[in-house]
Design a protein around this ligand. Structure first.
Ligand code: HEC
Ligand code: HEC
Length: 343
């Protein structure tokens, strides 16, 4: 099936291409999910590594207080996010919502502000810098894991250097996260050519999503901008201003969209104030609340706000509903995940 190309509404063409280094590459805006994400050469997928990563992911004993696992904030049985609990991180007054990890392997950068260039690098930051599992030094974390029964042997069997260290922990976690794939959503079937996969309302939403301009940022395999490939190298971020239009009713404290300055906190470049990675819209119906600060509960409100603060084209409630109906078709069947047993 020939991919549909859209003509970008002019205002956005400028910001859009400013963020991508290459000059004029034609994108296929509508893309279905490829079978596999890009796997880095220095961390091939391997059954033992995946199992080890899974074991670490669900293991509460690894955290400093022994009762927080990765799954507590990225719940793999309910959309993969934190369902509204924000990370209470005393060293970080800017509280951010925990993103869903399903299909996250298809992103080119990690974190809301794009500050990590790979999953492996993201885990280095996550484990030590954010106090996610409690403030840890690398030595302390390694000690903690070594003290738990079984891990010594698992690391020895899995890695050539047999070591428990942050590189190997990150590699194992990244291997596991790259297996978290929800494929073949109804939207994927439709994009591949099965025009019966969407009902009338959803199809209207599909076209409204395009017409309204949403697709100018949320396009490609993850509806998150260019996929790693000719247009964007793995590790290059695709970020945009949010909110783009200033002075709307969405600037007051209730929404708090101006508190966290996004990418600026990481790069300190003035141009990066309020710049955010364009997030994936896959499985979006299952990962409320929305936005970096998790302030918005309903997808309907999120779409209305997005339309108002990103381009402010007129939109009516029915069209918002249609777009929401379409966005719901971006969810698919979640593979069942059995939690490991810890003796
Ligand atoms: C206390 C809650 C919490 C825990 C525990 C936690 N995370 Fe996170 N995680 C977050 C938050 C919040 C973010 C987003 C932070 C940001 O963007 O600045 C995040 C981001 C991520 C991302 C990037 C997702 C994306 O879309 O870019 C991945 C991957 C991830 N976490 C995996 C893990 C793994 C693996 C563990 C266990 C080692 C873990 N997390 C433990 C809260 C948590
Ligand atoms: C100029 C680029 C741009 C356009 C156009 C755009 N978005 Fe977004 N979108 C973003 C960015 C950046 C964010 C992240 C905002 C944040 O929370 O910091 C986002 C966030 C979202 C979210 C919340 C995602 C989450 O995980 O919480 C939804 C839903 C969404 N957009 C839908 C839409 C819809 C529907 C449209 C069209 C009406 C649209 N967007 C147009 C860039 C854009």
């Amino acid at each position: 099936v020939k991919p549909i190309r859209i003509i970008l509404k002019q205002t956005f063409a400028i910001t859009l291409f400013a963020c991508i280094s290459s000059n004029s590459i034609a994108f296929d805006y509508w893309q279905s999910l490829p079978d596999k994400p890009i796997i880095p050469k220095n961390n091939p997928q391997d059954a033992k590594k995946i199992l080890l990563g899974k074991k670490i992911f669900f293991d509460k004993r690894i955290s400093k207080n022994k009762n927080t696992s990765c799954n507590d904030c990225h719940n793999l049985t309910s959309g993969g996010d934190d369902n509204g609990k924000l990370t209470k991180n005393p060293s970080n007054p800017r509280q951010r919502s925990a993103p869903s990890l399903w299909n996250v392997a298809y992103m080119s950068t990690y974190y809301w502000d794009s500050r990590a260039k790979s999953l492996e690098q993201q885990f280095h930051m996550h484990l030590f810098n954010d106090g996610i599992l409690g403030k840890y030094s690398e030595t302390e974390l390694i000690q903690k894991i070594s003290d738990l029964p079984g891990y010594d042997q698992l690391f020895a069997e899995t890695f050539n250097d047999k070591k428990i260290n942050s590189t190997n922990i990150s590699k194992a976690l990244a291997n596991f996260i790259r297996t978290l794939i929800v494929a073949d959503s109804r939207a994927d079937q439709y994009i591949k050519g099965n025009k019966l996969a969407l009902n009338e309302k959803e199809e209207r939403g599909y076209f409204a999503f395009q017409e309204q301009g949403c697709l100018s940022c949320h396009f490609g395999v993850n509806f998150a901008g260019p996929a790693p490939g000719p247009a964007l190298k793995m590790g290059d971020g695709f970020y945009e201003l949010f909110p783009t239009i200033r002075g709307t009713e969405y600037e007051d404290e209730k929404y708090g969209f101006l508190i966290d300055k996004g990418r600026f906190h990481f790069t300190k470049e003035v141009d990066h104030k309020l710049m955010w990675r364009v997030p994936s819209l896959r499985n979006i119906a299952d990962s409320s609340p929305y936005f970096h600060n998790g302030k918005i509960e309903s997808l309907h409100d999120a779409v209305r706000i997005m339309n108002r603060v990103q381009f402010n084209y007129p939109i009516n409630e029915e069209t918002i509903d249609d777009i929401v109906a379409f966005l719901k078709t971006l969810s698919g069947q979640y593979p069942k995940i059995n939690q490991p047993n810890y003796e």
